[in-house]
Design a protein around this ligand. Structure first.
Ligand code: PGA
Ligand code: ZN
Length: 412
């Protein structure tokens, strides 16, 4: 059993240039697990707090003061590492030490154990006879909280190569669509700057409808039929638009408002017209009933909860009871520790809820979530298409395609 011999942390920067924490866990004096915590921009109300009082310095101080408590623990025993963290912070949202610490320490421990045991990380996440690749799901056009004025209100238009038979083909297809979309956008607006949002999707001055139309055109220009070789997805991130006082969705850039009923119609029209394989947070984060309506209406689309469920097992149980989704985002740092997130994954997998393991918009260049996507039996891996911190995850999938325990693509 690999024993933890050192835990050390430092402050570094994420892809947005914001300070975050990186943790080194060493086992048996030589096996290094190193993990940097990501963070989001469209953060769900009920997700774990990244840092106490918004202070990475405070997280660093608490972890450094308590680092000896992890020594001698079995690095591969996720529960025992999680329990140590829980002796430091019993709050449900990790507001004392920060979810970023829980995230980084638990994943770094497991990575260090994986090295000590000479196994890939995904095998320590779950013990299966064989594994499958989740389909990469990537942002090709962004707006909302991820891009500036003039871009669509809708946060993300996504591509997924649902017809691909290999991980390399899936990645290449997504890349080709991303590239072709730039050509389409340049034709539409010769002054398009080629600017991109936080997750690497293009950030043009377009309204929602035009952005969707041009994304579909890019797929068609390459000879693809939507719903066959490739499919589009949308992260509506509707909580960004929701005004809890007026009870209206305010599309400030588009210049219109939707009542809750109108919002369902708005999302339904987009799902139907663009044959979406994937629709995330089409209504706001507390609208369980409206989500249930969409789930019943579109059984062949992944009606997905992100801000709605925030990788929280109790909220997922509620969503299962109310039939509010057929798919759920798994973001480890929304839950806090990897142990919490794997509990969530078990609950989803045993209730037919399709998992999508996801990056955050403020990312690191780590690639642990590629392993987490495989180990949690995720159907998709939402990690963007281009940008160093996004391509790092996709390149790790290519490396893993050399592993004979991973047999082909997931079934979606
Ligand atoms: P984030 O959101 O900005 O909170 O990471 C991404 C998403 O909504 O999926
Ligand atoms: Zn989202």
């Amino acid at each position: 059993m690999p024993k933890i011999t050192s835990v050390k942390a430092r402050l570094i920067y994420n892809s947005r240039g914001n300070k975050t924490i990186e943790v080194d866990v060493i086992s048996d004096n030589r096996f290094l697990g190193r993990v940097c915590a990501p963070s989001g921009a469209s953060v769900g109300k009920h997700e774990a707090i990244s840092f106490p009082d918004g202070s990475p310095e405070k997280s660093l101080r608490i972890l450094t003061d308590n680092s000896k408590k992890f020594l001698e623990h079995d690095a591969s025993n996720l529960k025992s590492i999680h329990d140590v963290i829980r002796t430091l912070d019993q709050s449900p949202d990790y507001s004392k030490i920060g979810g970023a610490v829980a995230f980084a320490v638990t994943i770094a421990s497991l990575e260090s154990a994986a090295k000590a045991l000479d196994k890939p990380l995904f095998q320590l996440i779950s013990k299966e006879k064989e594994y499958r690749f989740p389909f990469p799901l990537g942002n090709i056009l962004g707006g909302g909280a991820h891009a500036g004025p003039g871009t669509p209100d809708i946060q993300e238009i996504l591509i997924c190569a649902i017809g691909s038979k290999s991980i390399r083909d899936a990645i290449e297809t997504d890349l080709a669509v991303h590239k072709e979309l730039r050509n389409v956008l340049q034709k539409e607006d010769p002054d398009f700057t080629n600017g991109r949002g936080d997750e690497g999707g293009w950030a043009p001055k377009l309204d929602n409808e035009k952005a969707l139309e041009l994304s579909a055109n890019a797929c068609e220009n390459l000879g693809y039929t939507l719903g066959k070789e490739v499919a589009l997805g949308v992260d509506f991130a509707s909580s960004t638009q929701w005004n809890d006082q007026s009870k209206m969705y305010e599309y400030k850039r588009g210049g219109f408002e939707n009542s809750p009923e109108k919002q369902i119609e708005f999302a339904s029209n987009i799902i139907e017209k663009y044959k979406l394989v994937y629709a995330e947070d089409a209504v706001h984060e507390e609208a369980f009933e409206e989500m249930a309506e969409l789930t019943a209406k579109f059984p062949n689309t992944m009606i997905t909860g992100d801000d709605l469920i925030v990788t929280n097992t109790e909220i997922l149980k509620k969503a299962i009871k109310t039939k509010s989704c057929n798919a759920a985002i798994l973001k480890v740092n929304q839950a806090g520790s990897l142990y919490d997130a794997l509990g969530f994954a078990d609950e989803a997998n045993s209730n037919n809820i399709k998992l999508i393991t996801s990056h955050r918009s403020g990312e690191s260049i780590d690639s642990h979530i590629s392993h987490i996507g495989i180990g949690t039996n995720s159907k998709m891996l939402k990690v963007g298409v281009v940008g160093g911190e996004r391509i790092a995850k996709l390149n790790e999938l290519i490396r893993l395609s050399e592993h004979d325990l991973i047999r082909g693509m997931a079934q979606i």
